[in-house]
Write a protein that binds this ligand. Sequence first.
Ligand SMILES: [Ca+2]
Length: 152
Amino acid sequence: MRPLLLPLSLCLLLLCCGSDGEQFYIGDRVIKLLTEKGSWDQMSIACRREGGHMIKIDSADLMHDLVNILKNNVWDKANYWIGATNVGHESVFRWHDGSKVKMGTPFWGIRRGGQEPNGNLETCVFMDKSNFMYWADALCSDNFGVLCELPG
Ligand SMILES: [Ca+2]
């Protein structure tokens, strides 16, 4: 029994506590996708636990490369929080460093004829699996995965 038990417990350990993330690189940026789900605040803490912060997507090139990687690895079947929020910033969305989030194409999605962000109460930003990973705002209490950026 013992030789069977050991691999079984190892499997359980991996299921329980093993890596639930995928790390990859875009240029010199180190990005980690966490598949565990939580609120925007919870996943912000999860990124800090990894030693980084929620990803800041400040260029169309980075957005393009990121969406390609998500699609090519079939990681585009889940929603992921990114580091943009307008909590405490009124109508302006900002990144963790206080810089302004770019609006419009090629970042934000368009749905039902309306441009995201579209919600007064929706103040946290995620990459939307149902809209080609373009961004949308959502209630910060929604449960999504997260994209973190780690120090290079
Ligand atoms: Ca929205």
